[in-house]
Design a protein around this ligand. Structure first.
Ligand SMILES: *Cc1c(COP(=O)(O)O)cnc(C)c1O
Ligand SMILES: [Zn+2]
Length: 448
């Protein structure tokens, strides 16, 4: 059986475009493109057969193809025409679905799990999309197309993931940043991977405008999330979570959103599971935004009014500090299909929710904190209840946001003056008695 997929316009214009064609927008109307699969061909294999295939591949490190990758274990559903020899994989995905029973009980909920997308090669879910995009670039080059390199205008996780996969593929990588507005921590991953880092005297939007021009005129391939190849990799998160739940659909999925590509991908993954008969119901989806950058939340509260771009204010959840989300239309379409809601979290709410869930042994990033804060609100309102099975999508490793963690526990975050889950070291003299007393006091208070 041969499977196939192509780009099509989300507004429904005629025409399909090969996935190895350099095209980012509909040539007729300028709208976003999406990847559409030949579901009739995929449907020739029964749902039970697909489940068996996916189960055999999960964690398999000994195959010719990187089946153990969460993305490439779903190869036919992601990018069927991509040849195995061109795949650039770092064994991304197949991440743990971690139960957080204490957090759940505190909220009055039952089964809550965190999908740990940040425990991945470069430390965020962006790896899931970049393995697909960079593999396709490798195939385009192998097929004789001239591509001078891949480029993006991101400042955080996107550039880290792109630089890593491009290095592995031996494809030159260009990262365009606003000069002086980026911390060393955000810079160091692409620098370490040998990317050409261009720091421009402008803001993020200025960088975005320049990189789009470079993509049009200079033969570099655009890797920002306008490129829907990335969403094909990211949609495997939906497939993985139901596979891990024994092919049960959760009642709720809560996901942080900035540029809104990831929630669109989540929706696409569930649509495909439904279309191919592997599941027969839909979860409800909640997108969680930082209150400082919440244009989707504003639209939702105005009955899905058109996007009003905002100037995003600084937030601890820096990867979702976006006021003009590229994938707004796709996200609204997904949320309408999944009876979706949108929540917003203040800085104190997101920081405390992150600290709260860490008490189950996690080390959550601030964006995951936004999602956990949204769940806290949905539980308080009684919209999510004890009977519901809930999955919270964690988007990055907390280890990438050590300043946030340290600031929280030292109570040094400006917008979080009294952190509820603060924990500090007990400083003592070199005295056995003092240490024993501190042990007794400490264990007595934690037993309460
Ligand atoms: C990119 C990113 C997001 C937001 O994803 P979008 O597709 O832009 O909505 C959330 N969290 C982290 C850690 C990210 O890197
Ligand atoms: Zn169009």
């Amino acid at each position: 059986m041969t499977y196939s997929a192509e780009f099509r316009c989300i507004a429904g214009c005629d025409g399909g475009y090969a996935l190895d064609q350099v095209i980012y927008r509909c040539p007729t109307c300028g709208d976003l493109l999406e990847v559409v699969h030949d579901t009739a061909a995929l449907g020739a294999r029964s749902p039970e057969a697909w489940k068996r295939v996916f189960a055999e591949r999960w964690g398999n490190a000994n195959a010719d193809e990187p089946w153990g990758s969460g993305v490439w274990g779903k190869h036919e559903w992601v990018a069927p025409q991509l040849a195995a020899k061109n795949i650039v994989s770092m064994r991304e995905g197949a991440t743990h679905l971690t139960p957080v029973p204490r957090f759940a009980a505190d909220l009055g909920l039952g089964d809550v799990r965190v999908k740990q997308c940040g425990t991945s090669h470069s430390g965020s879910f962006k790896d899931l999309g970049m393995t697909v995009l960079v593999s396709m670039v490798k195939q385009m080059i192998a097929g004789g197309q001239t591509i001078r390199g891949v480029a993006c205008a991101s400042t955080g996780d996107t550039s880290a993931a792109l630089a890593a996969y491009a290095a592995a593929a031996e494809v030159p990588c260009v990262v365009i940043l606003p000069r002086g507005k980026i911390s060393t921590a955000q810079l160091v991953q692409p620098l370490a991977a040998g990317a050409l880092v261009l720091a421009i005297d402008t803001d993020f939007d200025g960088c975005m405008a320049i990189v789009q021009q470079l993509a049009e005129k200079e033969g570099v391939y655009l890797a920002n999330s306008m490129n829907s190849l990335r969403l094909e990799g990211q949609k495997t998160v939906a497939i993985e979570m139901v596979q891990q739940l024994g092919w049960q659909v959760p009642d709720w999925v809560v996901i942080p959103g900035g540029n809104l590509g990831n929630v669109s991908a989540l929706g696409a993954g569930f649509e495909m599971l439904l279309a191919l008969g592997l599941v027969d119901r839909r979860p409800r989806i909640c997108v969680a935004q930082a209150a400082h950058a919440s244009p989707l939340h504003a639209s939702y509260r105005a009955s899905w009014a058109d996007l009003q771009p905002v100037k995003a204010k600084t937030t601890l959840a820096s990867a979702i500090q976006i006021g003009n989300p590229v994938s707004f239309k796709k996200a609204v379409r997904a949320l309408k299909a999944f009876d979706g809601v949108v929540e917003a979290a203040t800085e104190a709410e997101l920081a405390d929710a992150s600290g709260h869930c860490d008490r189950d042994g996690l080390f959550t990033c601030p964006h995951t904190g936004v999602a956990l804060a949204a769940l806290t609100k949905l539980a308080a309102r009684g919209e999510v209840t004890r009977d519901h099975k809930v999955v919270v999508v964690s988007t990055a490793s907390g280890l990438k946001f050590a300043d946030f963690k340290v600031g929280y526990h030292e109570a040094k975050l400006a917008d979080v003056p009294s952190p509820r889950y603060r924990n500090v070291p007990v400083e003592l003299p070199e005295s056995y008695d003092a240490v024993r007393d501190a042990l007794d006091r400490g264990l007595a208070s934690s037993a309460k």
